[in-house]
Design a binder for this molecule. Structure first.
Ligand code: TYD
Length: 214
């Protein structure tokens, strides 16, 4: 049986992840894999209800962080872990890097506390001791916040985060950079300012490099 593969997709709002997630799902399916597409916050009934609160209600940074980790725990237990155990490919639109980026970078919430919550929610017993359950690959659509803001203009009614300032997204991007430099092997940093076709070929290359697709 195939081993499960866990891939997350990250980037500031407007970086353009969505179409590439769908294309990658199709590519895996064409290669005979079963794919579970999900998102965070969200992915289960409970987590989607928490998402609606996080994206629409005003709250302080700690409350936001606790709610996204609560939604993540439910999502891991009821969706991601069972899918990986069945040997599926899990494609997740955002995961814990987004919490470090948005709550840590954007809101300025304490990085060490986030790291503690990450361990609390994601540590599992492995055959050789405790391991952090995290994506095997994180595809990071990196984009200048000013370009992202232009792309978002007039796209649709912005949610709480999409309405944030350029300064906020600059801090979000810096926090992604920090996560990247802490675990470079896990990340594929993609220049999201390129044409859609060029971005897609970089996405595909990142997955092929790991021999997950022919
Ligand atoms: P997003 O993934 O951009 O979905 P959509 O394309 O439907 O708008 O929206 C999710 C938002 O939630 C995004 O602005 C980032 C934010 N977020 C956090 O602040 N913390 C988190 O831990 C996660 C997963 C997301």
């Amino acid at each position: 049986m195939n081993d499960g593969i866990f891939i997350s997709f990250e980037g500031i709002d407007g970086a353009g992840k969505s179409t590439h997630i769908q294309s990658l799902a199709k590519a895996f399916e064409a290669a005979g894999r079963v794919v579970t597409c999900s998102r965070e916050p969200g992915g289960t009934d409970l987590a989607e209800r928490l998402r609606a609160l996080v994206l629409n209600e005003d709250m302080d940074a700690m409350t936001e962080a606790l709610l996204v980790f609560a939604s993540r725990r439910d999502h891991l237990q009821r969706c991601i872990e069972p899918a990986l155990q069945r040997g599926e490919v899990v494609l997740c639109d955002r995961f814990t890097d987004a919490t470090f980026a948005y709550q840590g970078g954007g809101r300025g919430f304490d990085w060490e506390t986030l790291a503690w919550l990450e361990r609390l929610v994601q540590m599992r017993d492995g055959p050789a001791g405790p391991v952090l359950l995290e994506p095997a690959l994180t595809i990071w659509f990196d984009l200048d916040p000013a370009v992202a803001a232009q792309r978002l203009q007039g796209a649709r009614a912005p949610d709480k985060f999409e309405s944030e300032s350029l300064g906020f997204f600059t801090k979000v991007r810096q926090a992604y950079l920090r996560r990247h430099s802490n675990a470079p092997h896990r990340f594929a940093q993609i220049d999201a300012a390129q044409s859609r076709q060029a971005v897609w070929s970089d996405v595909l290359a990142a997955v092929r490099d790991r021999a997950w697709l022919p």
